[in-house]
Ligand binder design. Structure first.
Ligand SMILES: [Zn+2]
Length: 190
């Protein structure tokens, strides 16, 4: 069963691990994982796969969930990824240090304006993405019991205009159904 797939298996698939182990792209994990930040990003930016694009700007995420639901890992879970930036949630700040980052990928090579338009629409996110992301979240909650359901958050909730007016984040977007994701995670945890 898919749920039985270990996180280590995802890790083995990672071809660029050597880059993301460098401090420029990720840092050692010093605290327990407390939560998960759900992001969205364009699958390609200026013809570059998102992972290469993020690397070029020294940003990273733990996982990518492609439109067909395939999961790829960029940063191992014993490292912090650089995904949330300036962020705040329930008295915690700079969430990179104890929140795992998952990027839900939006199909195609989108300009930022196209991307912002697409993430407002529910049909942008696929059933396979909800399924894979729920399995991922459930796997991580099983492996790290310090992660609570309340701390599975959207980037826009923790880095929105109130928190960083100069560079607010809107992802994963109004079209992303967080309630659906959480109900699927609950289905596995029940
Ligand atoms: Zn984000």
């Amino acid at each position: 069963m898919l749920v039985a797939l270990s996180l280590e298996l995802f890790l083995i698939q990672n071809r660029q691990l050597k880059h993301t182990l460098m401090d420029e792209y990720s840092k050692p994990l010093l605290e327990d994982w407390e939560g998960i930040v759900i992001h969205s990003a364009s699958e390609f930016i200026n013809k570059k796969p998102i992972r290469d694009f993020l690397e070029s700007i020294k940003v990273s995420a733990h996982y990518f969930v492609r439109p067909k639901g395939v999961v790829k890992q960029m940063v191992p879970l014993y490292r912090q990824a650089k995904h949330a930036g300036v962020s705040r949630w329930k008295g915690m700040s700079n969430l990179n240090k104890n929140f795992i980052g998952i990027e839900i990928l939006v199909e195609g090579d989108n300009t930022y304006e196209e991307f912002l338009r697409k993430i407002k629409r529910p049909e942008t996110f696929t059933a396979e993405q909800y399924e894979s992301t729920a399995i991922l979240c459930y796997s991580m909650m099983s492996k790290f019991p310090t992660i609570s359901m309340d701390n599975i958050v959207m980037h826009s909730e923790v880095s929105g205009p109130d928190i960083r007016p100069d560079d607010p984040k809107y992802d994963p977007g109004e079209g992303f159904d967080m309630d659906l994701l959480k109900s699927k995670i609950k289905y596995f945890t029940a």
